[in-house]
Write a protein of this length. Sequence first.
Length: 254
Amino acid sequence: MSGRLRVLTDNVAGLPQFLSGSSPDTNTILMSPLLNTYDLVLAQQDFTHHADLAHRATHPPPKPAPHAMATPHARRVEPLLAQPFPQPRPGALARVLRRQGAGADCLAEKGFAVSRHELAPGVEVDVYNLHADAGSDSGDIDARALQYRQLAHFVRAFSSGRALVVAGDTNLKGRRRPRDEAFFLDFLADTGLSCAARTLGAPEDIDRVLFRNTPRRKWVPLRWREADECVDGNGKDLSDRKANDVDFEWRLYP
């Protein structure tokens, strides 16, 4: 059995208009119908304009189905930080807020969301939508390192042995910031994830799509691209940077 899954991850710059690096009051409603091209949409920084983002999107809320739109920020929820971690029912969406932030990020509900989806009868995948803390000083970097350890711990507890897609705004500069690269490589090793861009030899920025195979399930990234259709009538990006589009083939073996 096999199938295709097209994934979009987009930091939608959904801060209040006066704080955003984009123009969300205008751009978010324009972005909404463009999401329907994709099977799975993972939006970050969806703080204040979620209704506009979802207005013309046809994706149902996360549930066992091949199409979904999920965001860590769609609505305020209580911090799900106590042990044991929350265990979502299949298809339910859980949000886990980061345990430590630094600088201005202390004011934001960053963290990750996780949901379980059925791509075909008996074919499930756990999907994580990530928005890590930003910044380049030592406090920011220490906070990110802790967040990735938290996420790795959750993956081991909730998604052991399962196929994964983890995507979002990693806020990791990779090889441009050596400490970021070091704990990114540790995170990949701890979770068994691979980076679609690196697998395909594609350009890589802080927005990433990661995946994990199992003995019975194989993810094959076929294409990575910048979603250059997410622009206004003047060709200006609807967010404050390009979204990432990754096309996967999945294969299930007996």
